[in-house]
Every structure is written in C-alpha cells, then in structure tokens.
Design a binder for this molecule. Structure first.
Ligand code: 13P
Length: 252
C-alpha cells in the first residue's frame, strides 16, 4: 500500500514574529499546491503558539499544513497558561504533536497526561502526531522496543480513522545531536511500530498509518531514511528552520 508521505517541521522554541513569517513564506512559496511530487507528500509546520496566527496567514492558500507543538486536553476553563484544541482549530491548525521527547523528558509530561491529550485531539478530528522514542541508556540496555511499545499504550484502545494518526519515531539520542539513526535502525523500530498498530487496530489500519522518523534528519541523510519501507516521512527540527534545507528533505 502506498502511504502519502508527511514531512513536518517542528520549529520548537525558535523564531520570532518576523522570522517565523519569513520562514513560513519561504516554505509556502515552494509548496504551492500541497501536492509536492505529484501528490506524494503532505508538508506541515508545527509553530510556536504565539506565531500560529501569523504563520497561518502567511501560508494561506498554499499546500502547507498548519500545526501546533502541544495542546491541553480540557475544553475550556481555569487552566492558566494552557491552550485548548478549540483555540487551535480557530486558527486553522490541522495537526498537533503530543509526547515530543522534550515534553516528556525536559518538561516532565507523564503518560496519563499524554493519553488524555492524544484522545482529545483525535476526538476533535485533528491529526495527532504521537511522538515516541527511547533514550540512549534505554537503547544501550536493549529496551528500545519495550519503551516504544509502552508509549504506544498512550493511544486510545480503539481507533477508526488511520488518516488522523501519525506516529513520529524520534530516538532521543538522535534529536539535535547531529547523530541520526541509521537507515536500518529506523526501519527496525518503524516495522515494530507498524506491527504493534496491526496487533491493536488491525492490519489495514496499520498499513495506512504514516510513521515519521525524527532526529537529525537533514538533506544529506533524508533519502536513505525515506527509502526504508516503513519510513513514511520526517519530523524535522534544526533543518526545518531554513526553508531551503527543509524543502530539500521534502524533495527527497
Ligand atoms: P532535530 O531535527 O533538530 O534533531 O530535531 C528532531 C525533532 O525533535 C523534531 O521533532
């Protein structure tokens, strides 16, 4: 089965208002229709909350999908500092990251919170990009697959629409380090993830879910990673902060 590739930039806590808009315009210019490579690639940007509105205007009419890096699961109310799904929808957001390693390991978000966020995003009909991945000590202790399996437990027990679920496999030791997983390391974990999805949600569902690789993906290594049968795209940090290198990965 052919899955439409999905390459997304995660801008993290970078850019300012002017540079965010300039970057968005640079990406939008080269993704005019959303049909890069004859409809083979979805392209998205996950933007700091405060610039989502400005970036949404900058990419309006292009094929670039607007995304957020996080969200809170409650609908509204006394949750000082938090952002609701309705607020994101209001600004045109189509996909939301949950469980990025920096949220898990730097901010300290726990699995039960991530599960609530994942469910709320899917219930709202948005695309969930659920991030999983092991730390270096976990890989060294041969616990990679156990860790990833436990993180997949944060997803709802039943799921119907595979087009709304994206898994991002991001080995923590590869994020921002310049040291990417090898093609074979990525493929091994991606195949495992697809197997787990198949066991939980059925084979047809699993075959339709996009699984992105993230962690020091750049123009020089993207083609090899993306040639792996279960690597369906990328979640790009540093290399997404320049339109040219981000688009070089999209072209790969
Ligand atoms: P880098 O591409 O900078 O390693 O970041 C990957 C990442 O965390 C994307 O979410």
């Amino acid at each position: 089965m052919t899955r439409k590739r999905f390459v997304a930039g995660n801008w993290k806590m970078n850019t300012n208002r002017a540079s965010a808009v300039a970057l968005a315009e640079g990406v939008a210019k080269l993704v005019p229709s959303g049909d890069v490579g004859g409809g083979a690639v979805d392209v998205g940007v996950a933007v700091p909350f405060v610039y989502i509105d400005a970036v949404g205007r900058a990419i309006a009419g292009s094929g670039v999908m607007l995304g957020a890096q996080d969200v809170y699961f409650e609908k509204d109310g006394a949750f000082t500092g938090e952002i609701s799904i309705a607020m994101l929808v209001d600004l045109g957001v189509k996909f939301v990251l949950v469980g990025h390693s920096e949220r898990r390991h730097v901010i300290g978000e726990k699995p039960d919170l991530l599960a609530k966020k994942a469910k709320a995003i899917l219930d709202a009909g948005l695309i969930l990009v659920h991030c999983v991945g092991e730390k270096l000590d976990e890989r060294d202790a041969n616990k990679t697959l156990d860790v990833v399996k436990a993180q997949l437990d944060e997803l709802p027990a039943t799921l119907a629409d595979a087009s709304k679920l994206v898994i991002a496999y991001e080995p923590v030791w590869a994020i921002g380090t310049g040291r990417n997983a090898t093609d074979a390391q990525a493929q091994e974990v991606h195949a495992f993830i697809r197997g787990e999805l198949s066991r939980r949600y059925g084979q047809a569902f699993a075959e339709a879910v996009r699984i992105q690789y993230g962690g020091s993906m750049k123009p020089e290594n993207a083609a090899g990673l993306l040639a792996q049968p279960d690597v369906d795209g990328g979640l790009i940090g540093g290399a997404a902060l320049k339109a040219e290198s981000f688009l070089a990965i999209v072209r790969a």
